[in-house]
Ligand binder design. Structure first.
Ligand SMILES: Nc1ncnc2c1ncn2[C@@H]1O[C@H](COP(=O)(O)OP(=O)(O)OP(=O)(O)O)[C@@H](O)[C@H]1O
Ligand SMILES: [Mg+2]
Length: 228
C-alpha cells in the first residue's frame, strides 16, 4: 500500500448548480497523481478551479463525478463520517490566512490539533518542540504568536501541520504574505519534510518565486481543466 500514490484522481469533475437551469463546471475531467515525496505546484488564473480541486483532494468537498483514490483506497461514495476521520488523520492544510491563535504561544498552537482530540502526553510535547526546532524557531517556543514575524508564523503553521504526521499536505497560496527570501527558505523546508515524512504535497500559488522554484513539477489549470 505504501508504494501507491498518495493521491490518484481520474476523470474528476465538479459542477455547481445555480437555481434550476444554470450550472458552472469548476473542474472538468481532471486526471492527477501525487506520488510519495512529490511536491507539485498548481498554477492557473483566478477562478480556474485551484481551490475547488484542493478542497476535493483534502476531503473537505466531494466531486460530482470521477474517481479519487487516497492511499489506494477509493473514497467516492464513502460516508461523511469516514471522510472526516480520514481527513483528520491523514491530511494537513495550510492556507493564506494561517489561522493561528495569536494570544497563545508557538508551542500551544502546535499542540492545539492534539488538544482538540485527546489528552496531551509528554511525547506530544517533545514532538512539538522537536518540530519547532526543526523549523528553525526553537527559540520562539514560548513566545506568543502575536510577537512573531510573518515567516516565523508560517513556520509555526508547518510545525502544527506536521503534528499528526500527514500523508498529504495541501497549501492554498501559503506564501501570499511572505517576502521572496522567506518563501524560498520555507519551500526548502517543505522539501526536507517530504523526504523525512514520506508524504506528498500540493501548493496552489500565483507567486512567481514559488513557480520558479517548482519549475519542473507545475500543474497548469485553466477553466477547470489540467492543461499541462
Ligand atoms: N461553493 C461554490 N458555489 C458555486 N460556485 C463556486 C463555489 N466555489 C467556487 N465556485 C466557482 O468555481 C470556479 C472555481 O473557483 P476556485 O475558487 O476553485 O478558483 P481558484 O482557481 O481557486 O481562484 P483564485 O485564484 O481566485 O483563488 C469559480 O468560477 C467560482 O466562482
Ligand atoms: Mg483559490
Amino acid at each position: 500500500m505504501s508504494d501507491c500514490p498518495v493521491v490518484s484522481v481520474s476523470k474528476l469533475s465538479k459542477v455547481y448548480y445555480y437555481g434550476k437551469n444554470n450550472k458552472l463546471t469548476a473542474l472538468d475531467n481532471v486526471d492527477l497523481e501525487l506520488p510519495r515525496k512529490s511536491m507539485s505546484c498548481l498554477v492557473g488564473p483566478s477562478g480556474s478551479g485551484k481551490t475547488t480541486l484542493l478542497h476535493i483532494l483534502g476531503l473537505i468537498d466531494t466531486a460530482t463525478k470521477g474517481s479519487y483514490k487516497f492511499n489506494g483506497k477509493e473514497i467516492t461514495g464513502l460516508p461523511e463520517s469516514e471522510l472526516t476521520a480520514m481527513r483528520a488523520e491523514n491530511i494537513a492544510f495550510m492556507f493564506q490566512e494561517n489561522y493561528l491563535i495569536t494570544h497563545l504561544t508557538s508551542l500551544e498552537n502546535v499542540l492545539l490539533p492534539i488538544i482538540q482530540i485527546r489528552k496531551l502526553t509528554a511525547s506530544d510535547r517533545r514532538k512539538a518542540i522537536t518540530l519547532l526546532s526543526e523549523m528553525g524557531i526553537g527559540e520562539c517556543i514560548n513566545q506568543r504568536v502575536s510577537n512573531l514575524s510573518g515567516g516565523q508564523r508560517q513556520r509555526v503553521c508547518i510545525a502544527r501541520a506536521l503534528m499528526k504526521s500527514p500523508q498529504l499536505i495541501i497549501a492554498d497560496e501559503p506564501s501570499a504574505s511572505l517576502d521572496s527570501a522567506t518563501t524560498i527558505s520555507i519551500l526548502h523546508l517543505f522539501q526536507s519534510i517530504l523526504e523525512k515524512h514520506n508524504c506528498a504535497m500540493i501548493i496552489s500559488t500565483h507567486d512567481i518565486t514559488v513557480i520558479d522554484f517548482f519549475s519542473n513539477s507545475i500543474i497548469r489549470i485553466k477553466d477547470g481543466r489540467i492543461i499541462q
